[in-house]
Write a protein that binds this ligand. Structure first.
Ligand SMILES: Nc1ncnc2c1ncn2[C@@H]1O[C@H](COP(=O)(O)OP(=O)(O)OP(=O)(O)O)[C@@H](O)[C@H]1O
Ligand SMILES: [Mg+2]
Length: 334
């Protein structure tokens, strides 16, 4: 039996020609707050589906809290709570009724169920609104109720699929506080998926970057950022031609710095950004290139993502699509 909270062995899920999860090997230790960071379609929800036994793997396997997802799914389910990406609350029931229904499904006896409902409602600060129907809740309140529901049966591991998708910054901060509290004070192991860099950075003690069903890299946020090897100097030039010229000049000159160009922007990753600026400016002036702007920043998870996958995560696009679906579902009472 594996002592980790989660251990996967080449877990794979195929849908016809699409490999949604592709030979993933991850280990999450007990009490970790572990993030799966990746763009739309990366396979994050599918991986959560496999680990929570909602989906069966095509090949490979996993243990959750020491239980085999293929042969011990009941034990796995008893050990976990899940907060799904799309709301699965019953809009016509009150908050309390939704929790009660969940407690019944898990076979919690009446007295314990009622006590637990009060506890989890208090934890997410919904005690005062518990007897209103969910349809009247704001997006943030629904999310909090879903978290409360995931906690009803005292899970050891809580899976949260995009816990703050589409919420305003204030509500998002609030939910981050709950997540941290659950992890630190209640000792719940948390696996969350997100495509928000800030969420991954602020919350997770370790994370895996996922793209096309594969784990690209794993580490703490600061390990991942420092793996890029320095500061990032971004120069916007007047034309794409100028950018190419600067890139050629710099590639020939420097063997240690990393340089990349896209359209009229050049990015140089260098150990000491402040010192590199004068040199680069001299070079552009010598080459007769026109600079529009210069900026210097410490690497962010965005840069890490760009470095490992060759593309950025476009938060706004992802949100608009998701929100539309969510709103539609809420309106349709689904
Ligand atoms: N039931 C299904 N049938 C066919 N293809 C599926 C199914 N579920 C997921 N996929 C495909 O598997 C891939 C991974 O999807 P998944 O929902 O796991 O991604 P995700 O990382 O959660 O994305 P998002 O950020 O949009 O939630 C996508 O290409 C998706 O179209
Ligand atoms: Mg998803």
């Amino acid at each position: 039996m594996n002592d980790a909270a989660i251990h996967t062995e080449k877990i794979t899920k195929r849908y016809g020609r699409v490999t949604a999860v592709d030979g993933v090997d991850i280990t999450v230790e007990k009490k970790e707050l572990f993030g799966l960071l990746g763009p739309n379609g990366a396979g994050k929800s599918t991986l959560i589906g496999l680990l929570s036994t909602m989906l069966r793997p095509t090949s490979g396997n996993a243990q959750v809290w020491g239980h085999d997802i293929r042969t011990d799914s009941t034990k796995v389910r008893k050990s976990i709570g899940v907060v799904f990406q799309d709301t699965t609350l019953d809009q016509k029931l009150t908050g309390r009724e939704n929790l009660d229904l969940h407690g019944r499904l898990y076979g919690l006896p009446k007295k314990l169920r009622h006590r637990r409902i009060d506890e989890v409602l208090e934890l997410v600060e919904l005690s005062g609104r518990a007897d209103e129907i969910v349809q009247k809740y704001s997006g943030g309140m629904m999310r909090r109720l879903e978290i409360a529901r995931g906690l009803m049966h005292y899970p050891n591991v809580l899976f949260m699929d995009e816990p703050t998708l589409g919420l305003d910054p204030q509500t998002r901060n609030h939910i981050w506080d709950y997540i941290k509290e659950l992890n630190r004070e209640k000792n719940i192991t948390i696996i969350l998926t997100t495509h928000y860099m800030e969420e991954a950075d602020r919350l997770c003690n370790r994370l895996a970057i996922v793209d096309h069903g594969k784990i690209i890299t794993t580490g703490t946020p600061s390990e991942l950022k420092s793996s890029l090897g320095g500061d990032i100097l971004t120069l916007e030039l007047a034309t794409g031609k100028d950018a190419t010229k600067l890139m050629e000049h710099y590639t020939a000159k420097s063997s240690t710095d990393r340089i990349s160009a896209s359209e009229n922007t050049v990015q140089i990753t260098t150990a000491d950004g402040e010192r590199a600026i004068p040199d680069v400016l001299k070079a552009t002036s010598r080459l007769g290139l026109e600079i529009r702007s210069v900026s210097l920043h410490k690497p962010t998870l965005d840069d890490v993502f760009l470095h490992y996958t060759g593309k950025g995560i476009r938060d706004s696009d992802a949100d608009t699509g998701k929100l539309k679906t969510l709103r539609w579902r809420i309106r349709a009472g689904k």
